[in-house]
Design a protein around this ligand. Structure first.
Ligand SMILES: CC(C)(COP(=O)(O)OP(=O)(O)OC[C@H]1O[C@@H](n2cnc3c(N)ncnc32)[C@H](O)[C@@H]1OP(=O)(O)O)[C@@H](O)C(=O)NCCC(=O)NCCSC(=O)C[C@H](O)C(=O)O
Ligand SMILES: [Mg+2]
Length: 290
């Protein structure tokens, strides 16, 4: 039996960098991250925003970042920089425009209209940051608001702030929110990328949070430092054991010659497990092809 092959764009490691930081923009050309977010929002001081906007647009249009998915994060709706950011980013044509603090389906539609009016090419997706209580409560409508929506990006710092919660190991205070965003993203068939880990020196805590994100179902994690790339790439790629198990499980099912259920390594295997195994192999192959 043949099947249509799914094309995956790996987004295991998506690194933010201030677009005002020339050194970081240069360094990113040699980093093994799957994606880059050239930031114009939180990481850029008000006076530096206009030159950062120019630098981000030039970097995104340069083609210098090879196979990496390049995105520009604009300033939020209603800020004094937002409209100019949208125009510059749309004309640069990155893989995605990341908009912080998206709050409703209507905002998604307004953003898409503004991108299209500014000449955004078809390949430029909108990535909506979900980081406010209102957005979490409206996230399913946001997920279905436009075909141009390509991903949700969690903003866990803003979310913790807005909830008056605390950053704790295991993230118990925000788990319901994270799961809600994942449910909506999966229902709409878009990518869902986890939030950042702020302590760039705490490797153990960072890796634990990557593992947690993968177990929950995130496609990858947003990062703030080059030292976090390798760990995220490993955590969000299928392990050698997972690839071996996927191949063995598919072979066992195919050997069953049409039986609806077989066992592999003592465990029940049905068609749904085969679909998951095929997805694992598709992700593995996409990563191998990088
Ligand atoms: C966190 C940092 C300010 C630390 O910077 P620094 O002390 O300079 O780090 P290092 O000296 O260890 O840097 C080593 C080299 O790596 C380059 N570098 C550092 N960070 C980056 C980066 N993000 N991308 C690319 N390159 C980077 C340095 O230039 C050094 O290079 P070299 O000298 O050539 O060896 C800094 O890491 C940083 O600014 N990080 C990004 C911060 C950011 O973008 N924040 C905004 C996004 S997070 C957010 O907003 C979350 C969300 O909205 C929410 O609500 O949660
Ligand atoms: Mg934020």
């Amino acid at each position: 039996m043949t099947r249509e092959k799914t094309t995956f764009t790996p987004l295991r490691s998506v690194l933010y960098m201030p677009s005002s930081n020339e050194r970081a923009l240069e360094k990113a050309k040699s980093l093994a991250c799957d994606g880059l977010i050239l930031d114009l929002e939180d990481a850029v001081a008000p006076d530096a925003k206009p030159p950062a906007r120019e630098a981000a647009a030039a970097a995104a249009a340069s083609g210098d970042y090879g196979r990496r998915t390049v995105a520009i994060r604009v300033n939020g709706i209603g800020t004094e920089w937002h409209d100019d950011d949208i125009v510059a980013a749309s004309q640069a044509g990155p893989a995605a425009i990341v908009v912080p603090k998206v709050g409703s389906a209507a905002e998604v539609q307004q953003l898409v209209a503004a991108m299209e009016q500014a000449g955004a090419p078809d390949h430029t997706r909108l990535w909506a940051m979900i980081e406010t209580p209102g957005a979490i409560l409206d996230v399913l409508a946001i997920a279905h608001a436009s075909e141009r929506l390509g991903a949700f990006v969690l903003g866990t710092n803003d979310l913790v702030k807005e909830l008056y919660a605390e950053h704790v190991p295991g993230r118990a205070p925000i788990l319901p929110s994270l799961h809600t965003v994942l449910l909506a993203g999966r229902a709409a068939g878009i990518a869902v990328i986890d939030g950042v880990y702020n302590d760039v020196k705490d490797t153990e805590g960072f890796l634990a949070e990557c593992d947690q994100g993968r177990q929950m179902g995130f496609d990858g994690k947003t990062l703030i430092h080059p030292g976090q790339v390798e760990g995220a790439n490993a955590a969000f790629a299928p392990s050698d054991q997972a690839v071996e198990d996927a191949r063995g499980l598919i072979a066992a099912f195919e050997d069953g010659r049409g039986a609806g259920v077989v066992t592999y390594n003592g465990k029940m295997v049905e068609n749904l497990h085969v679909e998951s195994a095929r997805r694992t192999l598709d992700i593995h192959e996409a990563i191998q092809a990088l």
